[in-house]
Structure formats: structure tokens, C-alpha cells
Design a protein around this ligand. Structure first.
Ligand code: HXC
Length: 260
């Protein structure tokens, strides 16, 4: 299927790559782009052949934020009644892993979009930030909450109140991104695709369970989280993949998971 603002490709039978493609606006996240993005990701999430998804932008910009030109004249009544931005949450509710490969600007909603992904890899030129304060507003796509979890309150507060951009290295030092991927155009996307391919070799039931329990750490107390993890862990003993994985280890061979 072809879209106007995104490109959807299949670098591997098990992996979908979504590339934001609104270069003239530095991938500003207009409404139409977001609907396309949601549709493409939902489709991949419900396709049995797909195990993991990668989201990227261009060398210059992952995404420079929500589309300011589109937002500028909105009134409270419009944004409230139309639930402005609410549909963004669908991305955080995908079951399959979504890896962000960030080059260039990831500002405002762009940074928040990256934070909604399960894993972030950054190119050395990645520039993150929540500059909404300069526009007379605050983050509206989850940034104020997810940044606190990712990098701690003091840093999140500073960045939210000053709008200062931060580098790939800072994001990595603070634990917001997994790592900065080496120089070279497209390296970060290649690395993200390789990671997605590796995840695709695992039991997809275990992968989705792993994502579910890690995400639960955001919502639950430690005791509740530990209990939830244990229950999900117990449940995996009902799968063929657990039998296959452990038998393969004992027989010193590679596991052949059937995702059942
Ligand atoms: C609409 C945008 C845009 C945006 C860039 N453009 N960001 N259009 N919305 N968020 C457009 C510019 O208007 C321009 O088009 C073209 O992209 C290139 O941008 P330039 O500014 O000329 O490029 P440069 O000088 O290299 O500066 C890059 C930049 C700057 C630092 C990224 O564009 C910038 O500050 N952008 C806004 C970043 C921002 O404030 N983001 C937060 C948005 S609020 P024209 O046609 O005009 O030349 C937000 C709220 C989140 O995200 C709420 C929840 C989602």
C-alpha cells in the first residue's frame, strides 16, 4: 500500500520499516501523517508474518515535532472535543516491538514519538528536545511523563522548562537511548533492522511477553510487577516454544520456534 507521508518497506520478511517522509517540513507530524503511521503500524502489528517494526525519519530529521502550522489556530474547544493527540497512544499499545532509529532532529512530538517506541537507537547527529515551552505550551504527547521515567526528574524538568536540545551522547549517557550507533549515513537504520531481525528469530510469544512485563514496570509497584512477571513467566510453560527452546539447549542444537 502506498502512503503520502510515510514509506513502508519490508527489509526482511519478518520486519517492517516505516520511514517518515515529509522532507520539506522536517517530518513535522501533521494529522494525515499520524493517521498513516498508525494505520501502517497497526497493520504490521496484526500481521502474523511480522515480528518487529522499525521507525525512522531522514538523515536531517526523525521528526521536528507536531505540525505547528496546523496547530497554530486551534481553539480549546476544538482540541478538547476532537481529542487532539489522543490517538497517538495507539503506538504505545502495539504488541510487537517497535524500534526507533533516530537521526537528526527529534523535537517536541518527534522526541515523544521516539519515547513511545520500545527501544531507541540514535545516530551521532541525533538532536532531541522538548521545545514546546518556546511556543507557549508544554509537551502533549507524553514527553513530560516518559522523560521523567527515562532520564529522571531534574533533567526532565530542566529540558521541559528551558526547551534546550540535547545530544545523542547525552541521551545515551542518561539511558534514554540504548546506544549511539557509529558514523555513516543509514548506519542507525541498518543496526535497528538487524536488531529487529534478531528479535524475529526468537519465540514471538516470549518476545511479546517480554515487552508486556517490561512495560508493566512503568505502571505497577515493585511487588505487583514481580508478581505479574512471575505469572507471565509461569504461563510460558504452556507454550511449545518453551519446550522447544529448553530441549534444543539440552540437545545442543538451535531452537526452531513455531510461535505456538
Ligand atoms: C511545521 C515545521 C516544523 C514543525 C520545521 N518545519 N519544524 N513545520 N511544524 N514542527 C518546517 C519549517 O517551517 C520549514 O518550512 C522547514 O520545515 C525547514 O525548517 P527550518 O526551520 O527552515 O530548518 P532549520 O533552520 O534547519 O531548523 C530546524 C529546526 C526548526 C531547529 C528543527 O525547524 C525548528 O525549530 N522547528 C520546530 C521545532 C519545534 O518547536 N517542535 C515542537 C513542535 S510542538 P518552511 O516552508 O516554513 O520553510 C510539538 C507539540 C507536541 O511538537 C505536542 C504533542 C505531540
Amino acid at each position: 500500500k502506498s502512503y503520502e507521508h510515510i514509506i513502508v518497506s519490508r527489509p526482511d520478511p519478518s520486519v517492517v520499516l516505516v520511514t517518515l517522509n515529509r522532507p520539506k517540513a522536517l517530518n513535522a507530524l501533521c494529522r494525515a501523517l499520524f493517521y498513516e503511521l498508525n494505520e501502517a503500524l497497526q497493520e504490521a502489528d496484526s500481521d502474523d508474518a511480522i515480528s518487529a517494526m522499525v521507525l525512522t525519519g531522514s538523515e536531517r530529521a526523525f521528526a521536528a515535532g507536531a505540525d505547528i502550522k496546523e496547530m497554530k489556530d486551534k481553539q480549546y474547544a476544538d482540541v478538547y472535543k476532537n481529542r487532539f493527540l489522543e490517538h497517538w497512544t495507539a503506538i504505545a499499545n502495539l504488541r510487537k516491538p517497535l524500534i526507533a532509529a533516530v537521526s537528526g532532529y527529534a523535537l517536541g512530538g518527534g522526541c515523544e514519538l521516539a519515547l513511545m517506541c520500545d527501544i531507541i537507537l540514535a545516530a551521532p547527529n541525533a538532536k532531541f528536545g522538548q521545545p514546546e515551552i518556546n511556543l507557549g505550551v508544554i509537551p502533549g504527547g507524553g514527553g513530560s511523563q516518559r522523560l521523567v521515567h527515562a532520564i529522571g526528574k531534574s533533567r526532565a524538568m530542566e529540558l521541559t522548562l528551558t526547551g534546550r536540545q540535547f545530544t545523542a551522547q547525552e541521551a545515551s549517557d542518561w539511558g534514554m537511548v540504548s546506544r549511539v550507533v557509529g558514523e555513516g549515513e543509514g548506519e542507525v537504520v541498518k543496526e535497528a533492522i538487524n536488531m529487529a531481525k534478531e528479535i524475529a528469530t526468537k519465540s514471538q510469544i516470549a518476545v511479546q511477553a517480554g515487552k508486556e512485563v517490561v512495560n508493566a514496570a512503568y505502571e505497577l509497584t515493585l511487588q505487583e510487577g514481580l508478581r505479574f512477571e512471575r505469572r507471565i513467566f509461569h504461563g510460558l510453560f504452556a507454550t511449545n516454544d518453551q519446550k522447544e527452546g529448553m530441549t534444543a539447549f539440552v540437545e545442543k542444537r538451535k531452537a526452531n520456534f513455531t510461535h505456538s
